[in-house]
Design a protein around this ligand. Structure first.
Ligand SMILES: C[S@@+](CC[C@H](N)C(=O)[O-])C[C@H]1O[C@@H](n2cnc3c(N)ncnc32)[C@H](O)[C@@H]1O
Length: 456
């Protein structure tokens, strides 16, 4: 039973409060308590005393945003960059690792009510900064009306704040952003207005093969007459990238997926190397955003999969086939399912490109395609799942249980959805053996981990 909430302690939306933070929630917000009423406070960490404005007021909890730090907690350090994508830079890297490790264990024990598993030590990130191989920037206008290319202001869907140096991107990636912005200003191009849906420039996606050195710049623009007038020759001359693309879209929401993509110059796919293999990546296909740590993540998955060379492995949510293909040499056969068709086409081509003949990939929704796969390929020995943040639906977990693999290797980017999925597997007779977090996203609260469940 949850503790009673003192309704008189519930603050109004817009109210400013002085708060003391006593905990950190999943997702990275500080936790403050007003006589039992919980407030999740953006921009605050345990021990901080802050002035914060209430942004959301619900019956059992509220949300607030720090507007002033009155005094910092013992773990607080000075931030090195104004970057909305790096909210945990106010914690030492060692403290970030400690919190991530504890949050994974906490999710499994408190949400999943699981116990008796080995909690292995987090694999620390190789690079604490400039580790991302993909950055999605947004265009907007500053208060003087000048075009900027940066990120949404915290908590805002329409205000974009420019930045001088994106410390999560490489220097070469930053240069591409600067060159595109300088070109767009010179051409007098307008930013897309998210309120009126007018204007041209929406997003810039910069992707980089960290091992190959390839750079790809994709400009996402609003479809219409202004898009037709873009001078692609001058864009080509202004930007030092191996590939330049323009995606025209009339989507209402903030998305870089979909639309029609025209190649201005360069190859249609980015090339990257991982686990001794070469991968082609289509513009809309998923690829782990930290190349160095993706290799370590797959290494942990391979360790726990413990393949002997004869097993039938299902690679569910396979993307461009990176997990399956990195395991193929140690397995009998690999069968992958992925919902994005371009990514499946990449996976098939990537198998060919790397001379892997024991891997097959299919387009489909795991929820609907899993039963068919069992009929077609026969029961798997090992299932590797790597779902999006929402985790697996109960139905997908039931389908995996029906498929009856000996081992489930669960690669998770959200321990709070891993926990109920693991609990459902445990209820069906699987045993959660061990879990290992991997620090893929330093300076952020995001946590990746690999869990091994074995048929009991
Ligand atoms: C976290 S990514 C993992 C991809 C890949 N395993 C990797 O490491 O690069 C999750 C993938 O699941 C795909 N996906 C999302 N929902 C799906 C569904 N219902 N069925 C199949 N694939 C899905 C996404 O397109 C994405 O490629």
């Amino acid at each position: 039973m949850s503790a009673p909430v003192n309704t008189s302690a519930r603050p109004e939306r817009g109210q400013e409060l002085e708060l003391t933070i006593d905990d950190l929630a999943f997702g990275g917000n500080g936790v403050a308590r007003l006589e039992g009423y919980v407030l999740f406070v953006q921009g605050a960490i345990p021990g901080d005393k802050v002035r914060a404005v209430v942004t959301k007021r619900k019956r059992h909890y509220g949300e607030a945003r720090t507007v002033e730090l009155i005094s910092g907690g013992p773990d607080r350090i000075a931030p090195i960059a104004d970057h909305p994508g790096a909210p945990w830079q106010i914690l030492t890297h060692a403290k970030q690792l400690e919190i991530k490790q504890a949050q994974v264990e906490d999710a499994l024990t408190r949400i999943g009510k699981l116990s008796g598993f080995e909690m292995q030590e987090i694999v620390p990130a190789v690079e604490p900064w400039r580790y991302r191989n993909k950055l999605e920037y947004s265009f907007g206008a500053d208060p003087e009306g000048e075009l900027v290319c940066g990120f949404h202001a915290p908590g805002s869907w329409e205000t974009i704040v420019g930045l001088d140096d994106c410390l999560l991107a490489s220097e070469a990636g930053n240069r591409v952003r600067e060159q595109v912005l300088a070109w767009a200003r010179e051409q007098g191009l307008s930013p897309f207005d998210r309120r009126t849906h007018t204007g041209l420039l929406r997003n810039l996606v910069v992707r980089e093969g960290r091992r190959t050195g390839e750079l790809q710049a994709r400009l996402v623009v609003a479809d219409g007459d202004e898009a037709e007038r873009i001078d692609t020759d001058s864009l080509h001359r202004a930007v030092e990238a191996d590939a330049i693309m323009i995606t025209r879209t009339d989507a209402l929401g903030e998305t870089t997926a979909g639309g029609d993509t025209e190649i201005v110059i360069g190859p249609p796919k980015l090339t990257e190397e991982l686990c001794g293999l070469t991968f082609g990546i289509s513009p809309t296909a998923f690829f782990q955003t930290n190349t160095e740590m993706a290799e370590r993540l797959y290494g942990v998955a391979a360790d726990v999969a413990d393949l002997q060379g004869w097993e039938r492995v299902y690679d569910l949510f396979c993307g461009i086939g990176t997990v399956g293909l990195s395991l193929a040499q140690r397995a009998g056969e690999i069968w992958g399912i992925e919902i994005v068709e371009e990514a499946v086409a990449d996976a098939i081509e990537n198998a060919r490109r790397n001379d892997v003949s024991n891997a097959k990939f299919f387009a489909g929704d795991v929820r609907l395609a899993l039963r068919d796969l069992v009929e077609r390929a026969s029961r798997p020995d090992v299932v590797v799942v790597d779902p999006p943040r929402a985790g697996l639906s109960q139905k997908v977990v039931r389908r995996i249980i029906e498929a009856n693999p000996k081992r489930v290797v669960y690669i998770s980017c959200n321990p709070t959805t891993l926990a109920p999925n693991a609990a459902q597997l445990v209820e069906a007779g699987y045993v959660l053996r061990r879990v290992r977090p991997v620090d893929m996203f330093p300076q952020t609260p995001h946590i990746e981990c690999v869990a091994l469940l074995e048929r009991g």
